[in-house]
Write a protein that binds this ligand. Structure first.
Ligand code: SAM
Length: 232
């Protein structure tokens, strides 16, 4: 929910047609049902569905509590994957609690991916919301698009890695990914075709530690989940 959906008399309205459909078809919600609602900005409302029709759903709220803060300060730098994989990856990593997602251009990212409708602010928002709803979280991760590899890695990433750990997932690296990873950390995952040698060198020079995830080559979305699953 947006804070503007809350009324002074402890009610909340949902009018977005996609959410109404979700309430009807996925939750099979009925008036009287007890529900938990995430309010963007960090609170959780507990309440009851009062009415649900074509125009909107109305909730009576019993309590509005602060949502728990994100447990880990984790940033993901992800070479822009193909649109369908992007949608799934955004949802998964949001559900797993990533705070910031940087979608990066690398040599083996298809240029056409940057024109995909999946990259519109509205679509990205939808995927993030699905991840938040899944995890019952309310804090939207930041998403930034970086179409220039070199200045991003040499300046912004290198500066961030002075105060946070950076891990570059790349097959064939000597070190295995540590278990029980602690935050703050920045995790870097490459495109379907992998990073080219120049990019690996630039990422290592920026302060990343190169790690492998075993001898199997994983799909981008699987590699991202495997990395995040090692967080402590
Ligand atoms: N042929 C590509 C290569 O050798 O880099 C495979 C790329 S893989 C499909 C996509 C990305 O997932 C990689 O760039 C890397 O970031 C990550 N990845 C997949 N399997 C991995 C592994 N076993 N170890 C480390 N990273 C892996």
């Amino acid at each position: 929910l947006d804070p503007a959906d809350l009324t002074d008399d402890h009610h909340a309205w949902v009018r977005d047609p996609r959410r109404l459909r979700h309430l009807r078809e996925v939750h099979r919600a009925r008036p009287g049902d007890e529900l938990t609602l995430g309010v963007s900005g960090g609170s959780i409302g507990r309440g009851r569905l009062v009415s649900l029709d074509e125009d909107g759903a109305r909730f009576a709220l019993d309590a509005l509590d602060q949502a728990p803060p994100a447990a880990l300060d984790i940033e993901l730098v992800l070479a822009l994957p193909r649109p369908r994989m992007l949608a799934r990856s955004l949802e998964h990593v949001t559900a797993l609690g990533v705070k910031r997602i940087t979608l990066l251009h690398t040599r083996r990212v298809e240029k056409s991916y940057w024109q995909s409708p999946e990259l519109s602010a509205e679509k990205i928002h939808q995927h993030l919301v699905l991840g938040l709803e899944q995890a019952r979280d309310t804090v939207m991760p930041e998403v930034e698009l970086e179409t220039h590899f070199k200045p991003f890695v040499e300046d912004r990433l290198a500066t961030r890695l002075k105060v946070r750990r950076g891990l570059l997932a790349h097959p064939g690296m000597q070190a295995a990914c540590p278990r029980g990873l602690t935050s703050p950390a920045t995790l870097v995952v490459g495109p379907e075709g992998g990073f080219i040698p120049y990019e690996v060198e630039a990422l290592l020079a920026a302060g990343c530690q190169g790690i492998h995830l075993g001898s199997r080559i994983l799909r981008v979305e699987t590699a991202v989940i495997a990395l995040l699953a090692r967080l402590g």
